[in-house]
Design a protein around this ligand. Structure first.
Ligand SMILES: Cc1cc2nc3c(=O)[nH]c(=O)nc-3n(C[C@H](O)[C@H](O)[C@H](O)COP(=O)(O)O)c2cc1C
Length: 385
């Protein structure tokens, strides 16, 4: 198996097969299938919302590369008159800087420094992208919208008009099957005075799912909350998980906030915190989990899976300098997948084979199954093909 893997790694560095999950199943007897928001995925690797999912070209490239799914850039909700309570998040900023970063524990990795926030074009432009995303989803490549809605102070009601107008428009543009949607609680929100009160944040997590479902006026919505890393301790992260029971899935957890620099950041400090909190949450009942944060190898992906995540969303690893990828041909997405899946030491296949050797994962009907690694603490929901 190891020799086979080394050979495939070398061969695929020049031409990566987008249908690799079938190949992996045949050649290694490994079933990589994963899940997100009730959708069955051929493997667990998707792209998180951000600057890499702003237009159809990016989506087409990702589909062609063999990515499992993509989440569109976060749009800022608006009411019928075009007013946006979270308008401060719709700012334009194009410059991104990919930089090495070291965690306080001494581990090195990568972060993207960027001062921008949400979608900065018109809502109509976003709906056009959502229309295309719905079509891609129906054709087997899930492309999921993401939005930021009004978040009230404790004594204020939710602005239902904003929720209704945005949710209905997204659901119409997306079409069948039921809208899959992420609600983003971003690091810039974590750093904003709006998130200064813990009870306020917990109320949002408890009530936002209800608001969005009510806003959809009877049409079902498959809803994920993308949780922030709040400026409080691990205990509060757990309290956030406990509060967010009304969602179908939780994306854990968005980037850290640097108050000194006024920017969000990632790298090993992010994965250390996320994995620590998710591990501490083991055994608690919560919605299905998707992991995000500093996933730059198949091994790190497997750590998220063992902490409960049924799929993962990457951003930074799709932005590295080309010299950081072992592949010599193909899009960044395809080069990233090559390293994540086939790297002979740090890849997904190598990691799964090692877990088999260690007796952690066992073959079922001759196959190793990725999802068998994920401890379930969510009520079982059938995945649709
Ligand atoms: C430049 C940039 C822009 C991002 N924009 C969004 C966004 O609009 N909405 C969102 O939910 N997450 C956003 N994210 C977060 C990513 O989707 C991802 O969850 C996070 O960066 C952690 O993954 P990573 O360590 O692989 O980058 C952004 C990240 C970066 C680096």
């Amino acid at each position: 198996m190891r020799e086979r893997l080394a050979g495939d790694f070398e061969r695929f560095a020049r031409a990566f097969p987008a249908d690799f999950p079938e190949y992996v199943r045949e050649r290694y007897r490994i079933d990589l299938r994963a899940r997100y928001l009730g959708l069955s995925l051929p493997h667990p690797i998707g792209k998180g919302s951000g600057q890499l999912s702003l237009n159809l070209d990016q989506l087409e490239t990702d589909r062609a590369a063999g990515l499992a799914f993509v989440v569109l850039k976060t749009v800022i909700a608006e009411d019928p008159s075009g007013q946006r309570t979270m308008g401060a998040w719709a700012i334009h900023e194009t410059k991104m800087k990919v930089e090495p970063i070291r965690s306080p524990s001494g581990r090195s990795g990568w972060t993207v420094t960027w001062k921008g926030r949400g979608w900065d074009r018109s809502f109509d432009d976003y709906l056009a992208l959502v229309r295309a995303a719905g079509e891609l989803t129906r054709a087997g490549f899930p492309a999921i919208p993401s939005a930021k809605f009004h978040l009230p102070l404790l004594d204020e009601p939710f602005r239902s008009a904003e929720y209704r107008h945005t949710t209905v428009a997204l659901a119409r543009a997306w079409g069948e099957p039921a809208l899959a949607l992420e609600k983003d609680f971003s690091p810039t929100l974590a750093g904003d005075p709006l998130a200064d009160e813990r009870d306020r944040v917990l109320r949002w997590l408890a009530e936002v799912p209800r608001e969005i479902r009510a806003a959809a006026e009877g049409t079902p919505v498959r809803l994920a909350l993308k949780l922030m890393n709040a400026r409080y301790d691990d205990g509060f992260q757990l309290a956030m998980l406990d509060a967010a029971t009304g969602a179908d899935a939780l994306v854990c957890f968005n980037r850290l906030w640097s108050a000194e620099r006024g920017v969000a950041y990632g790298g090993p400090e992010l994965s250390e915190r996320n994995l620590r909190v998710l591990t501490a949450a083991a055994g608690r009942l919560h919605p299905h989990l998707a992991g995000t944060g500093d996933i730059c190898s198949g091994r790190r992906l497997l750590e998220y899976a063992r902490a409960g995540c049924e799929c993962v969303q990457l951003h930074t690893f799709f932005q590295l300098p080309l010299s950081e990828y072992p592949a010599t041909e193909g899009s960044r997405t395809s080069r990233a997948l090559h390293a994540l899946v086939f790297h002979p030491e740090r890849g997904l296949i190598a990691g799964l084979l090692e877990l088999e050797e260690q007796g952690v994962l066992h073959r079922q009907g001759g196959e190793l199954r990725f999802l068998d690694l994920v401890p379930s603490s969510a009520p079982a929901a059938p995945a649709t093909p």
